[in-house]
Design a protein around this ligand. Sequence first.
Ligand code: SF4
Length: 334
Amino acid sequence: MNISKLKEVIEDQPKFRFKQIEQAIFRDFVSSWAEVTTLPANLRAILDEECSLEIKVEEFKSDDGSVKILLELEDGLKIESVMLSHRDGRHTICVSSQVGCPLGCLFCATGQNGYKRNLTRDEIVEQVLYFSRQLKAKNEQVSNIVFMGMGEPLLNYDNVIAAIRLMNSPEGMGLGARRFSISTAGIPKGIRQLAREGLEVNLALSLHAPTNELRGQLMPISKSYTLAQVMKSLEDYVSATNRRIMFEYMTIRGINDEPIHAKQLVKLLTGWLGFVNLINYNETDLFLPSTAERMTSFKSILEKGGLKVVQRYSFGKSIDAACGQLAGKKKKKD
Ligand code: SF4
């Protein structure tokens, strides 16, 4: 899909044309200009030529109903997005913000495959449009959008915020700001900027370790920004917005899932406005997931310590739904 030239193409058209086009793309979720019969045929032909609505994807369906796509961008690079469908009928779309990621977290396939470039606003929105089109056919719609796919969203700050503003606006998809969640590995400048944005989106920290030392072994970003610096920026965020933080903690067997780590986590997070999202790791060549028993005892230590904990079901194991696992595999094969 490429709608970057849209304004230029319809420059000489009456103003209401732009509204018709926005309606067609973001509300009716059309897949081709031929469907937009409110537009004159000659304009549809030009749009077809200059602003393709085609979204090129390879789709992978998991046994549990989640769907992962490998989306091909205009320059041929590929990104991943996932739709997680919940039993209560909600659909969460996990989007990428960059092609690859510069942060190189050891447990993450994306991080291991390097960084290519930031996604544009439209490339971020395109991922949500793809699933919205699919859902529309079933009379359903996207419920939530989480920036937990490939890339560090706060390192592509302007485009991520522009994409959220477009999807949030009445002219765009009209999705409430609280339906969006940004997950960051911890970029203090971006966290403080987000606090001033005036957008009521949710913020998650990919914590994954209770101490700076262990975090440094898993997430090289901790060498640039210590855990203490990241927590300070979150403190500023909470005081400015009064919004709670989701602390994501992915348990990896024998690395960060020992009782001592749970106790350290209680110490770190006591008194915070927020909760822990406990996720089990999707196996890779380097690490293994925690055992079910270990997850249970880890969670129980956190709860006994007074922390609020939710345990996320690990979606999409059969399609490598953890970030970057699929793009990584395809790259190796190509
Ligand atoms: S976990 Fe997130 S921040 Fe870390 S390398 Fe992967 S995509 Fe980047």
